[in-house]
Design a protein around this ligand. Structure first.
Ligand SMILES: NC(=O)c1ccc[n+]([C@@H]2O[C@H](COP(=O)([O-])OP(=O)(O)OC[C@H]3O[C@@H](n4cnc5c(N)ncnc54)[C@H](O)[C@@H]3O)[C@@H](O)[C@H]2O)c1
Length: 457
């Protein structure tokens, strides 16, 4: 059992803290946001993440997990301090390191004996050295080691990702620190989870390089989707045919509205900025973000093509969060769609199972509805932006009855085009031939759509 302090109780800090407590460690989680700490202390979980509330409750009740605003006590009573604070983008694309730097200063200020400082935030290569210098400056005689332990969890499946990761990456500069952090992950080590034990710089790079490649895969299939549209090919069949090649793999090969969220956009930009700062010419890395920005714009253009001028139109959006099973709207493609529509004079009605409160704060003009059918009432088009499971099982004839027209833009390709047309929709999706009711479709009798779908992961 290790005594651990987790700095930051956001998506990563809270999930990591709860999971590390579940591994049997004694964890105290702190945050500079006192309201958040109070909420957590009163038994509430301020983010939507499947299974998190139960995990937090269980570990709090067992006494292994606690929340505090007393940072000095939390640091002094721990052997290992995990930094899990935000690293947002600056307008330049560079990473805003102020939260990490402040956390390092706080550690230096309060530490009294040997500490292992583990950076779990996603940070540019070289941050380990910066953290060391900051702590050293505040406390020149301090005894501590810095470790990089990037986190790969995905919102929506965060607990399972943390408990059953593809790998754990630990970058350390000393044997004592490496052994201590490996020990924290002992339950995973015993499960044969691969451990990548390396230097700090390499660990930092692994996270950035992984996210950039995953984002590139999405941008790549989105561009392929546009080429498919130009020549009548079906991107879902293309993705399946590609993904069965083991060197490519089926994951992250879904054409859609472009990637969003709090990680891919900022990490891709952060890596590009890191390359530029190191005077490295990296045109491929630079292009990932450009391609994604265009893809998001392409969705707005598709809708424009479908409904014409947006002014005085009513548009129904299904899904607002950047992906299903989260309330996170950071960089969500749906929010960009909302902004474009409202700016052009449209009325936007939306339904999302978890993200309406946050979205409304960002766009007060957004009309949030209690279900998809109310949102579709009198709409000039229905646009599916996020592939929540409940949208897969919607009563589509009822939706069609509610809307003022039969136009449907599916930005996530979750419906079968043949079926949508049979139901009476004018159906547009991404990288697949658009069809209207009455248009001849001589493949529908023998194509089995499910067999041509990509494997969704
Ligand atoms: N969200 C994800 O899916 C995900 C996945 C992997 C890695 N990451 C990385 O993990 C890091 C954290 O991401 P997040 O989504 O949890 O961020 P977040 O914004 O949800 O949470 C960060 C929290 O840190 C707190 N904080 C800031 N400075 C602090 C300080 N000095 N002391 C204590 N608390 C402080 C903030 O108040 C906030 O509650 C980022 O670097 C991110 O890139 C995120």
């Amino acid at each position: 059992m290790r005594r651990i302090c987790v700095m930051g109780t956001g998506y990563v800090g809270l999930v990591s803290g709860a999971c590390l407590a579940d591994f049997g460690n004694a964890v105290v989680a702190v945050d500079i946001d006192e309201t958040r700490v109070e909420l957590l202390r009163s038994g509430e979980v301020p983010i939507y993440e499947p299974g998190l509330e139960e995990l937090v409750d269980r570990n709090r009740e067992s006494g292994r997990l606690s929340f505090s605003s007393d940072v000095a006590f939390a640091i002094q009573s721990s052997e290992i301090v995990f930094i899990c604070v935000g690293t947002p983008s600056l307008p330049s694309g560079e990473v805003d390191m102020s939260f990490v730097h402040n956390a390092a200063r706080t550690i230096g200020q309060y530490m009294e004996d040997f500490k292992i400082v583990v950076n779990k935030s996603t940070v540019p290569v070289g941050t380990g050295d910066e953290v060391e210098q900051i702590i050293r400056k505040v406390r020149p005689d301090a005894d501590f080691d810095v470790v990089s332990n990037p986190e790969f969890l995905r919102e929506g499946s965060a607990i399972d990702d943390f408990m059953h990761p593809d790998r754990v990456v630990i970058g350390a500069g000393s044997q004592r620190a490496m052994e201590a952090v490996v020990d924290v992950y002992r339950p995973l080590y015993q499960n044969d989870t691969p451990m990548v034990l390396t230097g700090i710089q390499s660990a930092e790079m692994i996270k950035y390089a992984s996210n950039a490649l995953l984002a590139a895969k999405i941008s790549f299939i989105n561009e392929i989707a546009s080429v498919c549209e130009a020549y009548g090919a079906d991107v879902t069949a293309v993705a399946r045919g590609m993904g069965l090649d083991e060197r490519i793999g089926p994951r992250n090969l879904f054409a859609g509205a472009g990637y969003g969220g709090s990680c891919f956009p900022k990490d891709v930009q952060g890596l590009a900025a890191t390359a530029r700062r190191g005077e490295v010419d990296a045109p491929l890395i630079e292009a990932i973000d450009t391609s994604n920005v265009r893809q998001r714009r392409r969705m707005v253009d598709k809708l424009h093509h479908l409904v014409g001028d947006f002014s005085n139109k009513t548009i129904c959006l299904l899904g607002l969060s950047f992906k299903p099973d989260t309330d996170d709207i950071r960089e969500a493609p749906a929010l960009e769609m909302v902004a474009s529509l409202i700016e052009a004079g449209a009325t936007v009605k939306a339904y999302d199972p978890a993200a309406m409160e946050h979205s409304k704060q960002e766009h007060p003009d957004l009309i949030c509805c209690e279900d998809p059918y109310t949102a579709a009432q009198d709409a000039d088009a229905v646009v599916l932006m996020t592939e929540w499971n409940e949208f897969r099982n919607m009563d589509l004839p009822r939706l069609l009855d509610c809307a003022a027209t039969n136009r449907f833009l599916d930005c996530r390709n979750i419906y079968d085009p043949h079926e949508m047309v049979r139901l009476g929709f004018e159906y547009v999706s991404v990288g697949r031939v658009s069809r209207s009711p009455g248009e001849s479709d001589d493949t529908s009798s023998w194509m089995i759509p499910g067999r041509f779908s990509p494997i969704r992961t």
